[in-house]
Write a protein that binds this ligand. Structure first.
Ligand code: SAH
Length: 260
């Protein structure tokens, strides 16, 4: 039986599964997944990654995708903690990096409160995978000096509470997670805060997967592009001058349909 000095029975690892392509998993993540007695995973974790688990391991889907029924966070916290308390090696496998819009804090807190050892194995976040797919850098020396990861997921009927003035910085790149449904609001608010309508925008759906699709548009046409181009998969909105340099994508209405 292999020894796992950093993964004793009764402990939890929050493991980043990366953006989908199993080759974008870290070697550490792979080792931990192979060693786990139980793997609690998200909807965004691909089947190829799950295949790495031992045959004897339990795979438990605790997926959350907006709009679909899912377990609430408190019951996920409870599930992973009780599995560890019963002596299992627990992997909590999350899409991308666990510490970016991954509810890691709640799970760390629940484990610590129960006296269960818990650690994080980082993963490649979706924005990095999207930049790679676009063949572009997220930062540009002198022009895009700031990179903001934001989430534009609002509860139904609620407005997004973001500092739009600060986000409308022309020297920044915005990577908007969970922003598909809010693309209209993101576009309108940034325009209202003074960001130029021609600011380049990229949309990347299913980054790093065979079903990946990339689109190129501009800020004022983002609502149209998000409505018409994107399908069911997870998608990122990437906004800023750095997106002027992308290659190999379809363009959506790069010229405004109606000229003044
Ligand atoms: N922890 C994850 C993010 C979880 S939030 C990470 O670090 O990547 C879920 C959001 O991530 C999705 O709504 C989408 O905006 C983005 N996302 C995750 N995987 C993606 C992928 N393969 N392609 C594009 N966007 C993705």
């Amino acid at each position: 039986m292999t020894d796992h000095p950093d993964f004793p029975r009764g402990s939890i690892w929050l493991v980043g599964a990366g953006p989908g392509d199993p080759e974008l998993l870290t070697r550490k993540a792979e080792r931990l997944i192979r060693a786990a007695d139980v793997v609690f995973h998200d909807a965004l974790v691909g089947p190829e990654v799950l295949k790495l688990a031992a045959r004897s391991a339990r795979l438990v889907h605790v997926g959350k995708r907006s709009g679909r029924h899912s377990r609430d966070q408190a019951s996920i916290d409870q599930l992973i903690v009780s599995a560890a308390l019963s002596g299992e090696r627990v992997v909590r496998l999350k899409g991308g990096d666990p510490s970016i819009f991954g509810r890691a804090d709640e799970e760390l807190g629940a484990a610590r409160a129960a006296g269960v050892p818990v650690r994080i194995c980082p993963g490649i976040t979706a924005a990095s995978a999207a930049a790679a797919s676009l063949g572009a850098s997220l930062t540009l020396r002198g022009t895009a000096r700031r990179l903001s990861f934001i989430t534009a997921h609002a509860r139904t009927g609620e407005e997004l509470e973001l500092d739009w003035q600060a986000l409308a910085d022309p020297a920044a790149t915005l990577a908007v997670y969970m922003g598909k449904a809010s693309a209209d609001e993101v576009s309108l608010r940034l325009l209202a805060a003074g960001m130029p309508g021609e600011t380049p925008v990229a949309l990347v759906e299913n980054a790093s997967l065979p079903s990946e699709r990339c689109f190129h548009t501009r800020l004022d046409l983002l609502p149209l592009a998000a409505r018409t181009a994107l399908g069911d998969g997870p998608a990122l909105l990437m906004i800023g001058q750095a997106m002027a340099k992308i290659t190999a994508t379809a363009s959506i209405g790069l010229e405004p349909a109606i000229r003044p």
